[in-house]
Design a protein around this ligand. Structure first.
Ligand SMILES: [Cu+2]
Length: 130
């Protein structure tokens, strides 16, 4: 077997094994999937000056409710690891809920890539189960 064919085969095997691995460890973040999880709630404030608070900390396994308010103009809140992508109209509050099933640090913020919106970033810290 030629060198490039062997490399391609190894790469495909790694890709296949990675796909199987992530398919096995993935758990849905759908809040309906864990109705008895403890609920924690936070108020987030989105503006062209940033997002507050910039850090939200929860325990792994929690059901998280974020009440997100835009205090100036339309924003688009994203927490992509947990499948959240929602418009937040100017001067309105929306609620998103998800199951914090993964531990680690995950970015959240505004997905609009235009002047004024790019600094609206925060971190969700999901503390691992003991
Ligand atoms: Cu924004």
């Amino acid at each position: 077997m030629k060198g490039w064919a062997k490399s391609t085969l190894v790469l495909l095997i790694i890709l296949l094994l990675s796909t199987i691995f992530f398919a096995l460890i993935y758990r849905p973040s759908d809040p309906e999937a864990v109705p008895d999880a403890p609920l924690v709630s936070f108020d987030l404030r989105l503006s062209l000056y940033g997002i507050e608070p910039a850090i939200v900390q929860v325990n792994q396994g929690s059901l998280v409710a974020l009440n997100i308010t835009s205090v100036d103009e339309d924003h688009h809140f994203g927490l992509m690891t947990f499948g959240i992508s929602r418009w937040v109209p100017a001067n309105e509050t929306i609620e998103v809920r998800f199951h914090a099933n993964l531990a680690g640090n995950f970015d959240y913020g505004c997905l609009i890539r235009a002047p004024g919106h790019v600094d609206e970033v925060g971190t969700l810290q999901v503390m691992p189960r003991a």
